[in-house]
Design a protein around this ligand. Structure first.
Ligand SMILES: Cc1cc2nc3c(=O)[nH]c(=O)nc-3n(C[C@H](O)[C@H](O)[C@H](O)COP(=O)(O)O)c2cc1C
Length: 197
């Protein structure tokens, strides 16, 4: 497996998903920064799903069969991406209902082995463990491989919606490096599996 690098293979699709509803959204800022940090490290096609834009399609129905073509297209983007960068504001000590609804529509088999980078923002530092107590178990259910370092942003980490401060910036860099390492490992496994049939 050693020596097989992502750049020998196809470009990766890196998809950010932001559950933020404000303008500007702190959550979207963090998701965008993470997607950008990953794309600096590996050839990637990047995209972003914002819940504010996706909600009318996703809430057209409460089940996969009822959401229509535009909702189905959104869910398929999620299912097909190589890396998901998921971010949610903390609402009532958890991810938002809209964020969870999106993942309730994803096929329970579709994220198995997929690399997922976790992010959240909150109105105080006290709900930072939402990453470990809500987001990581959700993606554990899917059998996804979550990146060890998650990003939690509280109001001190932003000025006018922009991320500020060395600590959170260093954490974003570390999370992106870990994500790329996991992606390399996944692709090496896939390449080996393809070679041995
Ligand atoms: C309905 C609602 C519930 C919230 N609940 C919490 C909470 O439980 N804990 C917390 O730290 N912040 C809470 N907040 C604050 C948001 O998580 C915080 O402002 C977040 O950064 C907003 O993200 P956005 O700018 O991407 O919309 C809540 C905000 C709203 C509107």
């Amino acid at each position: 497996m050693q020596g097989v690098e992502i750049d020998e293979l196809a470009r990766l699709s890196v998809l950010g998903i932001s559950g933020g509803v404000s303008t500007p959204s702190r959550t979207t800022a963090v998701v965008n920064a993470l997607v950008k940090a990953v794309a600096l490290r590996v050839p990637a096609d990047t995209g972003l799903i914002e819940i504010t834009e996706a909600a009318p399609s996703l809430f057209a129905g409460l089940s996969r069969g009822a959401i229509g073509a535009s909702g189905e297209a959104i869910i398929q983007r999620v299912e097909k991406a190589d890396l998901l960068v998921v971010g949610t504001p903390v609402y009532r000590a958890s991810y938002t209902g809209a964020f969870k609804h999106l993942f309730d529509l994803v096929d329970y088999r579709a994220l198995t082995g997929k690399t997922v980078l976790l992010a959240a923002t909150g109105g105080s530092p006290y709900h930072g463990l939402v990453l470990e107590h809500q987001l990581r178990p959700l993606f554990g259910f899917f059998g996804a491989v979550t990146v060890p370092t998650g990003i939690y942003g509280s109001p001190d980490n932003f000025i006018n919606g922009e991320i500020v401060g060395a600590a959170i910036s260093e954490r974003i860099s570390r999370a992106a490096t870990e994500a790329v390492s996991l992606l390399n490992s996944n692709h090496a496994d896939a390449a080996v599996a393809a070679r041995v049939g």
